[in-house]
Ligand binder design. Structure first.
Ligand code: IPE
Ligand code: IPE
Ligand code: MG
Length: 235
């Protein structure tokens, strides 16, 4: 089985999973968060080099105050636990998204984790927090425009490579496989530029129930795809 170099996952369905068990949505987030820790281990075992997960979108602030507060509490504890996971898996962790919207202690935890893990090279783990692809593109374009105004960049020198270097994912190869759990078949503003040629895999399994066998199944499906895009497909 050929494993994709980069897997992106939209971790969805925590709320519905909890509801089906007669539990509050926050319980689903706690279980979903625990599952994220074990998926990192599985990804590493399978030999995948890059993992990028969607954990909180720019739209998710619209949820109830109680749910958002619960998620912030969970991020605080997860960012701490992730230090050990980074050490164990020799994994570099990067947060993509606009982190300035978070309380300063969360921003500090993010910076600490990124700095602590910056030299690890076994696995490259990106967590999308307060991430929205349109927001990422607009933030990048703003910096790019400023560089042009300041004379560091000529408009005629802007190409896809230059543009990419202004995205939060600069230096990270595009995902080969995108997985979205829990039935929804949309991108919800995730990695719009980066997913241009990515294979999509949708499953009804809710995120807290998505384990290693499900991951293997997704990779097997990916292996069945014909990835000779652009050119001529022959028998
Ligand atoms: C994904 O689960 C986690 C976050 C978006 C934080 P959801 O909270 O979206 O769960 P559903 O989709 O409502 O079931
Ligand atoms: C996408 O899930 C964002 C994350 C998984 C963090 P949502 O549940 O927020 O997306 P929609 O609302 O179904 O589009
Ligand atoms: Mg959802």
């Amino acid at each position: 089985m050929k494993v994709p170099n980069h897997i992106a996952i939209i971790l969805d369905g925590n709320g519905r999973w909890a509801k089906a068990k007669g539990m509050p949505r926050g319980y689903g987030h706690v279980k979903g968060c625990a599952n994220l820790e074990s998926i990192c281990d599985d990804i590493k075992d399978l030999g995948v080099k890059y993992l990028t997960v969607y954990a909180f979108s720019t739209e998710n602030w619209k949820r109830s105050r109680e749910e958002v507060e619960g998620l912030m509490k969970l991020f605080r504890s997860y960012l701490k636990k992730c230090i050990r996971s980074a050490e164990k898996n020799k994994m570099r962790v990067k947060v993509i998204g606009d982190i300035t919207a978070f309380d300063s202690d969360i921003q500090e935890k993010i910076r600490y984790l990124e700095d602590f893990s910056k030299d690890y090279k076994e696995l490259f783990f990106q967590i999308a927090l307060n991430y929205g692809s349109r927001d990422e593109i607009v933030r990048g374009v703003r910096r790019l425009a400023q560089d042009a105004v300041d004379g560091r960049l000529k408009p005629e020198d802007i190409d896809e490579k230059v543009f990419e270097s202004y995205l939060d994912t600069a230096g990270i190869p595009d995902p080969d496989l995108l997985i979205r759990t829990s039935g929804e078949q949309r991108l919800s503003n995730y990695l719009l530029w980066q997913l241009a040629y990515t294979e999509f895999y949708f499953t009804d399994v809710a995120w807290p129930d998505f384990h290693k066998p499900d991951l293997i199944k997704a990779i097997e499906k990916y292996n069945e795809r014909d990835r000779r895009y652009g050119g001529v497909k022959e028998e």
